[in-house]
Design a protein around this ligand. Structure first.
Ligand SMILES: C[S@@+](CC[C@H](N)C(=O)[O-])C[C@H]1O[C@@H](n2cnc3c(N)ncnc32)[C@H](O)[C@@H]1O
Length: 304
């Protein structure tokens, strides 16, 4: 069923049947939020403005651990530019393929991207699902929710499409009604088994995408020459309490980046920029081409 992302038809013929999420919940008391004018409000009178860009901030101060949590604007813009260059498109294609195999055949369906960042991957899913929405029109509506703790990331994501419900919030306590989500995507992000378990429907799925041991090894060898392979990052989550593992698949390919700006963006969008020494960063800044290995693990879990 799934082709590559670029096979799908132009977006303006799509999408009309993807609806706004109707399962947003008040982050203070968990009650359903309804739209009243330019706000979302719960029965207890807690109200949240819909920003002019279309997103809603459902991250109350008591859920924050720092003043500006999550990725900074610099990281967000670098990631957006890098991902738009298409280097990681095979990851997006694989994600779409995975989501299409998990999509319930009918009924009202909600997909959450938990830690969606600036929205590149979820927008690709949106485009693919928009294509399907016509076929599914009589079988139930589709809604998409992109959630991230970084306000800058969510503002950037709103530029990708306006039909996704873009929300500032935390994966620890997703501001959604219990048992209301069919599929959660968590790509290179922060996993909260309890938060995810609470909002997923029984039998709901998580698609977890993590870097494998070889991921960006060439870049890491340049910026951390002292690091041994065994100490480098690898896939982390193999078990999630409350979930059974359905499948694990690897995606591995090599590619070359020959654009200095994109090499710099790659560095800026990863934690490596902040962890590397000055000498490591300088070594990376002298590169004008970089061959990289992309090594990513896709895991699917089911709520038991
Ligand atoms: C490595 S980035 C990945 C972004 C996106 N999934 C992607 O693959 O392009 C991790 C994202 O998780 C967000 N994040 C960190 N802690 C979070 C939390 N507790 N809840 C929601 N998002 C969080 C960050 O702001 C950042 O956008």
């Amino acid at each position: 069923m799934a082709g590559t992302v670029s096979d799908w038809r132009p977006r303006d013929t799509l999408i009309k049947l993807i609806t706004r999420a109707n399962n947003l919940a008040c982050p203070i008391d968990g009650l359903k939020l309804d739209r009243i004018g330019k706000q979302l409000s719960c029965e207890n009178g807690h109200s949240y403005d819909i920003a002019r860009q279309g997103y809603v901030n459902l991250l109350p101060v008591q859920h924050k651990r720092s003043k500006q949590p999550g990725d900074s604007k610099v990281m967000v813009v670098a990631r957006s530019e890098f991902l738009d260059s298409g280097v990681y498109q095979p990851i997006a294609d694989k994600l779409v393929e995975t989501v299409l195999t998990l999509l319930p055949a009918d009924g009202e369906t909600c997909i959450l991207d938990a830690g969606c960042g600036e929205g590149y991957y979820f927008d690709t899913v949106f485009t693919a699902l928009g294509e399907l929405a016509g076929e599914r029109a009589s079988k139930g509506e589709l809604s998409l929710i992109g959630l991230d703790i970084s306000k800058d990331a969510i503002i950037q994501a709103t530029k990708r499409n306006r039909q996704t419900s873009w929300i500032v919030g935390t994966n620890r306590q997703p501001p959604l009604l219990d048992n209301s989500v069919d599929i959660i995507l968590c790509m290179f992000g922060f996993v909260s088994a309890t938060g995810f378990e609470k909002v997923l429907k029984p039998g709901g799925k998580i698609v977890l995408v993590d870097p494998g041991i070889e991921h960006l090894k060439e870049l890491r060898e340049i910026i951390y020459p002292e690091v041994k392979k065994s100490a480098q990052s690898g896939s982390r989550t193999t078990e999630l309490p409350g979930f059974s593992s359905l499948k694990t698949e690897k995606l591995r390919f090599t590619t070359e980046i020959s654009d200095v700006t994109q090499i710099n963006n790659l560095l800026l969008m990863t934690p490596h920029f902040y962890r590397a020494s000055k000498a490591g960063r300088e070594a990376a800044s002298r590169l004008d081409t970089l061959a990289i290995t992309i090594d990513v693990t896709f895991r699917v879990f089911e709520k038991t």
